[in-house]
Design a protein around this ligand. Structure first.
Ligand SMILES: Nc1ncnc2c1ncn2[C@@H]1O[C@H](COP(=O)(O)OP(=O)(O)O)[C@@H](O)[C@H]1O
Ligand SMILES: [Mg+2]
Length: 428
């Protein structure tokens, strides 16, 4: 498993870590590289799936032929067939010239289909055909063309769930999954955390001409390993960069670390959910987990509503904001790698999103006044739509309006972001 060849490839591609799970994944990749078999790389967002297809191509007999990486989630549904399979001149409005498409262009080479779980069903049918027969038809054409393309695909979607929900074709899944490669989550390889921290600290120091990289104390290492890293290597990279740039100290103790890594990143339920492996609900990613928390919070608010009501009727309708719970959400900015805000035991002041208003303490609220009752306030402001809208605006602002970066930060596909921007009327 941990062969000299694996070590060599890690050096070549800047892949850091020495855990069994990582070495095993790389070993399989090297073994299948020489074949033409389809490979499906699975793993949570940020685990490092994207280095594998290139490694496979470079070690294959196709290495001197073309390699293309296509992010299926970032191409609008209307043009994806034409991007992948090409189109004839005049096939649709705007099709001025003809287009070869990736399947034609990659003939003889390798095509990496990233976020393959995002493909629309109609495109999945075309993909299945080309995988089974090597045949495809350009949009607007009736001519059957031949191609010889090796497919490496990646996904962070729970495919079993997607199949059950009718979002992904089972036959295509089996066809793509000839060789499965599972990239382990970072929390499953704690020793890699320290190695990766070192690498990212050194990279950052070099990049910004810092006299020396930051270094973890032994206690800080223990804390880093105990943290579950829901955003995986991407999150660790971001956190290491932050510490490198913002910390005045170069020797990082747990106290300093606490400013950058949340003490309690995920609620107990969620850790159990992750650890047990048998999910009671299916969560595609951490964002959905957060939604779940917000839903739970809403239920709590409903309970509180009842309490407030009974109090109001019993106690001449006076309420304070002490009955309004803090939203267990942190400013998502530091964790832009996954676009997830991690719940934390934090004081309310810094965690309540801007749009959440709370009733000022001690201010009496009379039912006959023309203002909202606290429950209306809270319900309205906790609206998930509002919250989602705010997250999108923040991510777009942070990325200077670039949708690609914003989608990346939010951990949603560009297509989904595009749709949501329209939905919320956020187009400039
Ligand atoms: N083992 C690793 N060694 C070095 N960098 C890594 C490793 N795994 C992931 N990364 C870095 O983490 C980030 C996320 O990895 P990526 O491959 O994009 O994740 P995903 O699984 O979401 O496709 C990238 O910047 C990548 O270079
Ligand atoms: Mg990726």
């Amino acid at each position: 498993m941990n062969t000299p060849e694996v070590q060599l490839q890690k050096k070549k591609y800047g892949i850091v870590g020495n855990s069994d799970g990582l070495n095993h994944a790389l070993d399989i990749a090297l073994q299948v590289a020489k074949t033409d078999l389809s490979v499906l790389i699975t793993g949570e967002s940020g685990v490092g799936k994207e280095a594998i297809p290139r490694l496979i191509h470079d070690n294959s007999l196709r290495k001197n032929k073309k390699y293309f990486a296509v992010n299926c989630g970032s191409i609008p549904e209307g043009t994806i067939d034409s991007e992948l399979f090409g189109h004839e001149k005049g096939a649709f409005t705007g099709a001025v010239g003809e287009r070869e498409g990736y399947f034609g262009a990659a003939n003889g080479g390798t095509l990496f289909l990233d976020e393959v779980g995002e493909l629309p069903l109609s495109t999945q049918a075309r993909l299945l055909r080309v995988l089974e027969t090597g045949e495809y038809i350009r949009v607007g054409s009736s001519e059957v063309r031949k191609t010889d393309v090796r497919i490496v695909a990646a996904t962070n979607v729970n495919m079993a769930q997607a199949i059950k929900e009718g979002k992904f074709r089972e036959d295509l899944y089996y066809r793509l999954n000839t060789i499965p490669i599972k990239m382990p989550a970072l929390r499953e390889r704690p020793d890699d955390i320290v190695l990766l921290f070192k690498k990212f600290a050194m990279d950052t120091a070099e990049k910004y001409n810092m006299p020396e990289p930051v270094e973890l104390s032994e206690e800080a290492k223990i804390r880093m390993k105990a943290y579950p890293w829901p955003g995986n290597v991407r999150q660790l990279k971001n956190v290491t960069e932050q510490i490198s740039i913002l910390s005045r100290e170069r020797y990082i103790t747990p106290e300093i670390l606490a400013e950058y890594v949340p003490e309690q990143p995920v609620s107990h339920d969620l850790i159990q959910l992750n650890a047990s492996g048998k999910e009671q609900h299916s969560f595609e990613n951490e964002r959905e987990i957060l939604y779940k928390i917000l839903f739970d919070l809403r239920n709590d608010v409903t309970e509180l509503k009842k309490l407030v009501h009974s109090q109001q009727s019993a106690n001449s309708s006076v309420v304070t904001n002490s009955s309004v719970p803090a939203v267990p959400m942190q400013n998502p900015a530091p964790y832009y790698g996954t676009g997830v805000a991690y719940p934390q035991d934090h004081p309310a002041s810094s965690v309540v999103p801007a749009q959440v208003k709370v009733v000022s303490a001690g201010k009496p609220v009379h039912e006959d006044e023309d203002i909202q009752t606290p429950e209306e306030y809270v319900e309205e402001s906790l609206s998930l739509d509002d919250w989602e809208r705010q997250m999108i605006i923040k991510a777009l602002e942070k990325n200077g309006g670039r949708r690609k970066g914003a989608a990346h930060d939010l951990n949603i596909s560009e297509r989904t972001l595009y749709r949501k921007i329209k939905e919320y009327g956020l187009e400039k």
